[in-house]
Design a protein around this ligand. Structure first.
Ligand code: GDP
Length: 296
């Protein structure tokens, strides 16, 4: 589909002298290709600009050693900078708080929020040996509540019984009480999603957050939605405050640009990525893999 960045840069830079330091002109030409590759990978424009500025500053003056071509050298610098910007260390979910630790899941409808809530619960139960209680706060969509209950049965994780007529905050409080009395380690709160960002959604999520003081607020965002995912992340972080991001549909054919943009715009770590519909399809975020994909 696209030429890889290595091929493109190879074509341009390998005509240059193979010894000495990279000049402004060499790097400038290379950065045009890097810009193009990042834009094709759906990275937000202002992020592309700040990224290429950083790479340019790092690359000019670097000595081209005998064993690599200038193209390979620039690709390595771009790759390393991408990994650094995406977050170079694995950043797992933080459960370092008194039990039951509340985790608030937020995001737009269809992003994969309910599925991801269950996937995380399964992972914490199986790998982390924690007792997890899940609760759906989606009072407007009974189907969403039932979906979480069905997933709970499937993965053998308890869901809070549904009581009709309660508000999201009332359900959240009841979930925390139930988790306390039942000696659960973690209580996962799956908030309502909306098709678009709106004030009612933000107000409700903010209210639930104030009432439950969650230790993690995780945004679930669809990596295939590009700039929309970035705007969603910005809005939730500004209004509610996020502690991390989970990217879904990393198994799709997107090039990963949304990951870089969300990370750059919010500064919040991408903690996990969804790689399929199955309950096991959840992995630690891997900056090297995503950087490789962005480079094509
Ligand atoms: P919600 O409205 O945000 O709660 O979204 P759901 O959890 O109901 O997910 C919507 C659809 O996306 C479902 O069919 C999920 O199976 C699917 N889905 C969720 N996460 C992933 C993922 O990482 N990869 C793929 N391929 N599908 C996913």
């Amino acid at each position: 589909m696209f030429d890889s960045l290595s091929d493109r840069l190879g074509g341009i830079l390998d005509k240059l002298k193979r010894r000495g330091a990279l000049s402004e002109a060499d790097v400038g030409e290379a950065m045009r290709e890097v810009r193009r590759a990042l834009i094709e990978a759906d990275v937000a424009l202002d992020v592309v600009r700040s990224f290429t500025d950083k790479v340019r500053a790092r690359a000019v003056g670097v000595e081209v050693v005998k064993s690599v071509t200038p193209g390979q050298l620039v690709v390595k610098i771009v790759h390393d900078e991408l990994v650094a910007m995406l977050g170079s260390d694995a950043d797992p979910i933080d459960l370092n708080a008194p039990a039951p630790v509340p985790i608030l899941m937020v995001g737009l409808q269809g992003s994969g929020k309910t599925t991801t809530t269950a996937k995380i619960a399964k992972r914490l139960t199986e790998k982390g040996k924690r007792r997890v209680l899940m609760a759906s706060l989606d009072t407007r969509r009974p189907a969403a509540m039932e979906q979480l209950a069905t997933l709970g049965t499937q993965i053998d994780v308890t869901t809070l019984p549904i009581v009709a007529g309660q508000s999201a905050v009332q359900i959240a409080r009841r979930a925390i009480e139930a988790a306390r009395f039942g000696n659960y380690d973690v209580v996962m709160l799956d908030t309502a999603g909306r098709v678009t960002l709106d004030e009612a959604l933000m107000a409700e999520v903010a209210e639930v957050k104030a009432a439950t003081n969650p230790h993690e607020v995780l945004l679930v965002a669809d990596s295939l939605t590009g700039q929309d995912a970035v705007n969603t992340a910005k809005a939730f972080d500004g209004r509610v405050g996020l502690t991390g991001i989970v990217l879904t549909r990393a198994d799709g054919d997107g090039r990963g640009g949304a990951a870089l943009s969300m990370r750059a715009v919010t500064g919040k770590p991408i903690k996990l990525m969804g790689t399929g519909e199955k309950m096991d399809a959840l992995e630690d975020f891997d900056p090297k893999r995503v950087a490789g994909r962005i480079l094509g």
